[in-house]
Design a protein around this ligand. Structure first.
Ligand code: SF4
Ligand code: SF4
Ligand code: SF4
Length: 238
């Protein structure tokens, strides 16, 4: 590489390098940022699953496909913050790492079911923790969960002393295409209760599409339903 090429390349990253978050511990520049919630560090009572191990696997998957280098090569001009890939992982549906305004967001979930074999004691603990008002306890001790209102936070099953409400599945909601700025948009939910392998596969497919995108809007397709359909079909096979 000659001197003029070196200067040109450094210039391409000159804006990003003014922001600490784009500079890694070893002094390199990253073109993707994965934000994890702090549930683990603060011993958050809502934490369903530690977000950092999955965030690390997502980081490793992007490195395996040389995302940084390929995005760098693809963008011909100075690289600006809005051109970088933004991701987040949250340890529960409270979503403190704000996956809803990221290109690729992951939210840990726990779905719950009613176990008719365990008699409800009518302690009402589940009603107190459910902020969605998604649980109804009838006089005959029947427990009903309104799945339309339930956000899969798993809290009711954790406080239920009789096992009348149980954890059914743990997984991840994948949300795509959120952004702030001039035309802000909340991310759309691609799927609920995905496995870790499905999250990583979805990430790889999205990353490859970003790297293959023509034109200036690298991330716009993430919000489009035809792409979601295509992605869901690919993930069903896992
Ligand atoms: S997203 Fe959930 S687990 Fe993470 S810090 Fe917020 S409340 Fe706690
Ligand atoms: S999982 Fe959470 S939102 Fe769903 S019913 Fe239980 S407490 Fe309510
Ligand atoms: S916490 Fe369990 S036992 Fe108590 S009211 Fe709710 S379902 Fe019944």
């Amino acid at each position: 590489m000659n001197q003029s090429q070196t200067i040109q390349q450094e210039d391409k990253l000159s804006v990003l390098r003014k922001y600490e978050k784009y500079v890694t511990a070893d002094g390199k520049t990253t073109l993707f940022i994965i934000k994890s919630c702090r549930g683990e560090e603060v011993n958050c009572p809502n934490l369903l699953n530690k977000p950092r191990p999955l965030a690390q696997r997502m980081h490793d998957r992007l490195n395996e496909i040389s995302f940084n280098q390929r995005l760098y090569d693809k963008i011909p001009a100075k690289i600006l913050p809005h051109m970088t890939f933004k991701l987040a992982v949250a340890g529960c549906p409270n979503s403190c790492s704000m996956p809803q305004i990221k290109d690729f967001g992951v939210i840990t979930q726990e779905s719950v079911v009613v176990d008719p074999a365990s008699e409800c004691s009518m302690c009402m603990k589940c009603l107190k923790v459910c902020r969605e008002g998604a649980i109804v306890i009838k006089e005959d001790r029947t427990v009903i969960i309104d799945q339309e209102e339930c956000v899969n936070c798993g809290l009711c099953a954790r406080v239920c002393p009789t096992g009348s409400i149980k954890i059914d599945r743990t997984g991840y909601a994948i949300v795509l295409g959120g952004k702030v700025g001039r035309h802000p948009r909340f991310a759309a939910q691609l799927m609920e209760l995905a496995t870790e392998e499905q999250v990583l596969k979805a990430l790889e497919i999205c990353a490859e599409r970003i790297l293959g995108e023509k034109g200036r809007n690298l991330y716009g397709f993430l919000a489009k339903e035809p792409f979601h359909e295509e992605l869901r079909e690919a993930l069903k096979k896992l």
